[in-house]
Design a protein around this ligand. Structure first.
Ligand SMILES: NC(=O)c1ccc[n+]([C@@H]2O[C@H](COP(=O)([O-])OP(=O)(O)OC[C@H]3O[C@@H](n4cnc5c(N)ncnc54)[C@H](O)[C@@H]3O)[C@@H](O)[C@H]2O)c1
Length: 352
C-alpha cells in the first residue's frame, strides 16, 4: 500500500514512524502548506516525493491511501477530495470541526466505496484491548455510570488550536475527545439522548508562569476564542450517565487522565491504570492488570500509532472490518456539537 501524507506538523511524524513500521506499506509522498517543513520531513524520513499542493498529491495514481494530518478546519475538505480521487483515507481526530462537516465526509465515503478511518488512537492501546475483554466478559454487569477526564495543568497550545475557525473548539475537541471516545467504545452503552455542558475560557490562567511551554503549538501564539475547560454530563437512552471533564489549564497538582466504568457487578478503572473492583463471593476484591499503556511515554505512544496504522493497512488491503469507522467519528461530533450548544445556551440539549 502506497501512502501520501498531508500535513508536516507534530502528528505527521508519528504517522510516518508508524507507517514505516508496517510491512507492505510505503510512504510515497508528502505535501503541506508549510512546504519547507514538508521538505525537511521528507529528507529526514526518506520520502521520495514532495508535492506543492494536496491536489497534486491526490492526482498521483501510484498513491492508494492518504493520511490527513492537518488543522481540523481542513479535515472535511481534504478527506472528501481524497475519497473523490479514489484514495482510502485515514483522517486524524477530531473527524471535523462539527457534525455537519463530518456527515459530508461519511456521504463521500459511501459514494466512493473507499475507506474513511478516523484517528481514534486510544482504541489501539493494549490496555484498551484488555479493558474491552473485561467489559465483553460481562464482569461489569449493566454499566450505569462512567467518568472520563483528561486534565492538563499547563497545556494551552495556542496557535491554530485556540483559533475556533481552524480548530472548531478547545480542550473538548482537542483532548477531551480521546477520553470520551474510549468511554463510548468500551461501554458500548448505545445512543446518547441529551447532554448538559458548561465551558470556561481561561486564556490568562498561566500567563507569565514559567516552564509552561510543554504543549505549545509550533505556530506563534494566535487568537484565543475557544474553551480551556469543559464539564458535561451525557445522558444515554438506556439511563446511563457519563460525566466528562477536559482542560488545557487548571491549577492541578499534576496532569491526569481518569476513566472509570461502573456496572451492577463490577467497576473498571481504565485510566491511569487498569483494575477491576468486584465481589469475590462475600468479599470485595480488586484485580489489577500489569499492562503498559500509551499513557506511559513516547515509546508506547509510537507503539499505539503503529498498531493504528497497521489496522488501517489491514482494513484497506485485507478488508478487515474497521474498528475506528467514520460512523463513530460522526457520533462523537454530534455529542461535541451538543455540548457546545448546551454551554452556549445554558440548557440541556437533545441529540436528534
Ligand atoms: N491522535 C492524537 O493523539 C493527536 C495528537 C496531536 C494532534 N492530533 C491531530 O492531528 C492534526 C494535526 O495536529 P498537529 O499537532 O500535527 O498540528 P501542527 O500544527 O503541528 O501541524 C499541522 C500541519 O498541517 C499543515 N496544514 C494545515 N492545513 C493544511 C492544508 N489545508 N493542506 C496541507 N497542509 C496543511 C500545517 O502547515 C502543518 O504542517 C489535528 O487534527 C490534531 O487534532 C492528533
Amino acid at each position: 500500500m502506497k501512502v501520501g501524507i498531508i500535513g508536516s506538523g507534530s502528528i505527521s511524524e508519528y504517522h510516518l514512524r508508524a507507517f514505516q513500521s508496517v510491512p507492505d506499506v510505503e510512504v510515497a509522498a508528502i505535501t503541506s502548506i508549510a512546504l519547507e517543513q514538508a521538505k525537511d520531513v521528507a529528507s529526514r524520513f526518506g520520502i521520495p516525493k514532495v508535492y506543492e499542493s494536496s491536489e497534486a498529491l491526490l492526482a498521483d495514481n501510484e498513491i492508494d491511501a492518504v493520511s490527513v494530518a492537518v488543522w481540523n478546519a481542513s479535515h472535511a475538505e481534504l478527506s472528501i477530495a481524497a475519497l473523490n480521487a479514489g484514495k482510502h483515507v485515514f483522517c486524524e481526530k477530531p473527524m471535523a470541526r462539527n457534525a455537519a462537516e463530518a456527515a459530508g465526509m461519511v456521504a463521500a465515503e459511501k459514494k466512493s466505496g473507499k475507506l474513511l478511518m478516523i484517528g481514534l488512537v486510544r482504541r489501539f492501546d493494549l490496555k484498551s484491548d484488555a479493558a474491552l475483554n473485561v467489559v465483553r466478559s460481562g464482569a461489569l454487569g449493566d454499566i450505569y455510570y462512567m467518568k472520563a477526564a483528561y486534565l492538563r495543568r499547563d497545556g494551552q497550545p495556542g496557535g491554530w488550536f485556540t483559533d475556533k475557525s481552524r480548530s472548531g473548539g478547545g480542550a473538548l475537541i482537542d483532548i477531551g475527545i480521546h477520553s470520551l471516545d474510549l468511554a463510548l467504545y468500551l461501554a458500548d452503552a448505545g445512543a446518547v439522548r441529551s447532554v448538559r455542558g458548561t465551558t470556561f475560557q481561561l486564556p490568562d490562567i498561566m500567563k507569565g508562569v514559567k516552564g509552561t511551554e510543554k504543549y505549545l503549538s509550533k505556530e506563534a501564539d494566535g487568537l484565543r476564542d475557544v474553551e480551556d475547560m469543559v464539564t458535561a454530563n451525557l445522558f444515554f437512552e438506556n439511563g446511563a450517565v457519563l460525566n466528562l471533564e477536559a482542560s488545557w489549564a487548571q491549577h492541578l497538582k499534576e496532569d491526569s487522565q481518569n476513566l472509570e466504568l461502573f456496572g451492577t457487578k463490577g467497576g473498571l478503572k481504565v485510566d491511569p491504570e487498569l483494575s477491576l473492583s468486584w465481589n469475590n463471593g462475600s468479599y470485595p476484591a480488586d484485580t489489577s492488570y500489569n499492562i503498559h499503556s500509551s499513557l506511559n511515554g513516547e515509546k508506547f505512544l509510537d507503539e499505539i500509532f503503529s498498531r493504528e496504522m497497521s489496522h488501517f493497512r489491514d482494513c484497506v488491503v485485507d478488508a478487515v472490518p474497521c474498528i475506528a469507522p467514520s460512523s463513530d467519528g460522526l457520533n462523537l461530533m454530534k455529542i461535541i456539537d451538543a455540548v457546545y450548544l448546551s454551554a452556549e445556551e445554558n440548557r440541556e440539549v437533545l441529540i436528534g
